[in-house]
Design a protein around this ligand. Sequence first.
Ligand SMILES: [Zn+2]
Length: 100
Amino acid sequence: MSPRQIRLHENRNLKIKWDNGSESIIALKHLRDQCPCEYCKEDNKPRQFTEGMYSILNVKIKGCFAAQISWKDGHNKGLYTWDYLKSLSEPQSEKPDNKF
Ligand SMILES: [Zn+2]
């Protein structure tokens, strides 16, 4: 499955329309907290909040398997594969957060 459309929803969530017609909504905070890059994975300490870290600057499609997300704090190392995005959109206890 691959996305037909990826867009920001109310600046808090990422909304993905898949080519099978289903939709995923992922809170930006969750998306950033689960950044799959080496740097974020290594860091087990509570993360410091930086200005813009939960806002998306742009989303670049990488080949046909993943999206590279650039955050407004300058972080852009995370490659989110379609499977990973799917798993992040699974129901979670953490509610979408309006604060950021
Ligand atoms: Zn990262």
